[in-house]
Design a protein around this ligand. Structure first.
Ligand code: OXD
Length: 309
């Protein structure tokens, strides 16, 4: 079987896949003139790659989110697509969420501002059991993040479109469930996929349902958040608004434009889509397993292009 690899670390991927599937022909995709391949293993491939590849039997998306792939105008609609499940990204994103939750729960944002005024004043701690945390999106990664936060002692509420049961997490679903969750969480972590149904799910109305002084952490997708509503909820630059602060890792356009007002807002922390880098070893195990199964005609867990994840 021939596997075509498209990734900005393609060489590393080729070497690691070669070791796992030594009998396959692993080819790094060039801009054009690639040989016909059986499988494409790729992250954000260009449309031209699909235009020239006419014999593909399957695609492995080298990331957990398939939004970019599904928006590709030349994506063939009739072949299976498999995405990376949690290959260790869950724990990394869990650490990111933990950092963000502690940042707000232990008032590091407020202490930072006090420091700029040379102000020495201790703020009473809100205990973890009184600091509800919401996790929107209970896929493999959201579930891991929710469990890590619950282990830390926060009451964690999770939300998904359809009902779920997860040990130690209060699970909500549907529109009513979202309302119920929002009213009870001091920090909201958004880990939903980018689909038409989740676009701007964080908007003026949903932000208003959070308790005053709540905070937002978005290691998911930038499209989940209505940016104008976020800025409005954060209030002016000198005093906390209904929303106390936000830690943002994902943006609708990346890199975030240099003139975006988000950069200079004093209560927004920005990171460059680094919350959950893919651990290549565990991810390569998954890719090799999927390619092996597809080559043998065995069933694999494919994404649902209609649902968008
Ligand atoms: C992913 C990502 O989807 O890195 O894996 O955003």
């Amino acid at each position: 079987m021939r596997v075509l690899i498209y990734h900005n670390a393609a060489e590393q991927w080729r070497n690691i896949l070669q070791r796992r599937l030594p009998d396959a022909d692993h080819v790094i995709a060039a801009d054009s003139g690639n040989p016909q391949a059986d499988y494409l293993v790729a992250w954000k491939p260009p449309a031209s790659l699909f235009d020239e590849q006419t014999a593909l039997k399957g695609i492995v998306n080298l990331g957990a989110g398939v939004d970019s792939l599904l928006k590709n105008p030349s994506l063939p609609r009739d072949i299976p697509i498999v995405k990376l499940r949690d290959a260790g990204m869950g724990e990394l994103i869990g650490d990111y969420a933990r950092y963000g939750v502690l940042h707000f729960q232990r008032d590091f944002d407020r202490y930072r501002r006090q420091q700029s005024r040379h102000e020495w004043r201790e703020i009473a701690v809100v205990d973890k059991p009184d600091w509800g945390v919401g996790v929107l999106g209970l896929g493999a990664i959201g579930t891991r993040v929710a469990q890590m936060l619950a282990t830390d002692g926060y009451p964690v509420h999770g939300w998904s479109r359809s009902p779920k049961t997860i040990d130690g997490i209060t699970c909500h679903h549907g529109d009513d469930g979202l309302d119920a969750l929002l009213g009870q969480v001091m920090t909201l972590v958004t880990l939903l996929p980018d689909t038409p149904a989740t676009r701007h799910i964080i908007n003026r109305e949903t932000l208003a349902r959070l308790p005053a002084g709540a905070s937002l952490i978005n290691p998911g997708r930038g499209t989940l958040i209505d940016e104008a509503a976020l800025l409005e909820a954060l209030g002016d630059e000198d005093s906390e608004g209904h929303l106390r602060g936000a830690l943002l890792d994902a943006f609708p356009e990346e890199p975030l434009a240099a003139d975006s007002p988000l950069w200079r807002h004093p209560r927004i922390l920005i990171t460059p889509h680094m919350a959950g880098p893919t651990p290549i070893g565990a991810a390569a195990d998954q890719v090799a397993e999927v390619l092996g199964a597809m080559a043998k005609g065995e069933p694999v867990e494919t994404i649902d292009p209609e649902a968008g994840y």
